[in-house]
Design a protein around this ligand. Structure first.
Ligand SMILES: Cc1cc2nc3c(=O)[nH]c(=O)nc-3n(C[C@H](O)[C@H](O)[C@H](O)COP(=O)(O)OP(=O)(O)OC[C@H]3O[C@@H](n4cnc5c(N)ncnc54)[C@H](O)[C@@H]3O)c2cc1C
Length: 371
């Protein structure tokens, strides 16, 4: 029997599992490799921090899902790939060979370029590590005498959302003296989004007493101080790093064609441009029509990936995918209020949060596999 291996339980692979559960694939055994038994839906993570959802509402049970789809689950990580011998080596010492491989392992937080980050800061990824460390950080904040300075490095949509969520969580707990400072590389938070929305985010930071530092580029994180290209250092009690997506090193090391940042280059069928029996989707892939790294595109790639894997298994030609030009951004601001952007349009309000909440819960309900 031939073997399809799914590496990583990311958003696109979740859609592949749903497809396999609905339509079993004959003549092929399918395996999923994931270091965790669940996949966190990042769109709801700030809502968990803010106290709106239990973590179980934000988690997809990969083990239950694979069982339903007739897929063998391996609780481990791939760390070395040989695309010529079709071998995937995993951190638990196992080796899986494959006829067809699909990769959806997501990004890493870009920490390598920032000395001291690994020693002193808490990166948002792996998200499970952040989730495990968050209660301890909350405890530290609660136990601290005087003002506790939490610095969030990285003011993209995710960094801003986390800042608002953490500030809201602290503001609703009496006695906490938390000051959340958001640091970004541009003059306003959330580069790439409409100016009106960015100004609104800035106004919200001010309204909530959350200091903004930008444009500033950090060059080093010390034990209690962040240094920048210019200007004074910033003291901190804890530093959360949300500085965007970096590629895993094993992808380029394997010999797969990658872009200049190390993301796997794929063509319109999501097949690697160098090794067509390997496909990639989500943030780990560099699609030939470049789009921002975002969960929306990872989710949208899922059905195409499922169809193309099925076609290749059946000996049929895979189809082409043109990612949509624009994605809807819904950014929660902690207090069941949210900002929205679509192209150059933007909106805000409590109704936007209810809209986001409906979309997020609907996504999880359709999968029917909360952990
Ligand atoms: C706080 C936060 C909020 C966000 N909110 C939004 C939002 O509202 N909308 C939006 O569009 N985007 C959002 N994003 C961005 C979004 O999270 C990513 O773009 C999205 O997760 C990418 O999906 P993916 O499938 O590529 O990878 P992931 O969702 O990262 O999934 C990858 C999976 O692969 C596993 N994995 C990693 N390495 C290995 C390995 N070596 N072997 C096996 N498995 C591995 C991981 O454990 C994980 O389960 C947010 C990000 C953050 C941090």
């Amino acid at each position: 029997m031939k073997r399809l291996v799914l590496l990583g339980g990311g958003h696109a692979h979740v859609k592949v599992l749903a497809d396999l559960a609905a339509r079993p694939l004959s003549g092929w055994e399918v395996h999923l490799v994931s270091p965790y038994r669940r996949q966190i839906y990042s769109g709801m993570l700030p809502g968990w921090i803010a106290g709106h959802y239990p973590i179980s509402s934000c988690a997809i049970a990969l083990d239950a899902f694979t069982a339903r789809a007739g897929v063998t689950f391996h609780e481990t990580s791939g760390f070395e790939l040989d695309p010529m011998r079709n071998e995937l080596h995993c951190t638990d010492g196992s080796m899986l060979d494959f006829d067809l491989l699909s990769i959806d392992t997501g990004p890493l937080t870009a920490v390598e370029a920032l000395p001291g980050c690994a020693q002193h800061a808490l990166p948002i990824r792996p998200i499970e590590v952040f989730i495990a460390q968050w209660p301890g950080l909350r405890q530290r904040i609660g136990d601290h005498r005087g003002v506790f300075d939490l610095v969030i490095l990285g003011a993209g949509a995710a960094g801003a959302e986390l800042a608002f969520a953490i500030q809201h969580q602290a503001a609703t707990h009496a006695g906490s003296q938390l000051r959340v400072t958001l640091v970004g590389a541009e003059a306003l938070p959330m580069p790439g989004l409409p100016l009106a929305l960015r100004r609104r985010a800035m106004a919200l930071l001010q309204e909530r007493g959350m200091p903004w530092q930008g444009p500033r580029r950090a060059t080093r994180i010390g034990a209690s101080m962040i240094e920048f290209e210019s200007g004074p250092s910033l003291p901190y009690n804890a530093c959360l790093v949300v500085t965007g997506a970096a590629a895993p090193l094993w992808a380029a090391a394997s010999g797969l064609a990658t872009d200049e940042r190390g993301f796997i280059r794929v063509g319109p069928t999501l097949q690697s441009v160098s090794h067509p029996h390997i496909l990639a989707a989500g943030d780990v892939a560099a699609h030939h029509q470049a789009r921002p790294k975002s969960g929306v595109y990872a989710v949208k790639a899922g059905p195409i990936l499922a169809n193309n894997l099925r076609a290749l298994c059946m000996g049929n030609a895979p189809g082409n995918w043109t990612p949509q030009q624009r994605a809807l951004y819904l950014i929660s601001t902690g207090d069941q209020h949210a900002l929205a952007a679509w192209g150059s349009w933007s909106w805000r309000g409590h109704w936007v949060w209810r809209w986001k909440d409906r979309i997020d819960r609907g996504f999880m309900r359709k999968l029917g596999t909360s952990a």
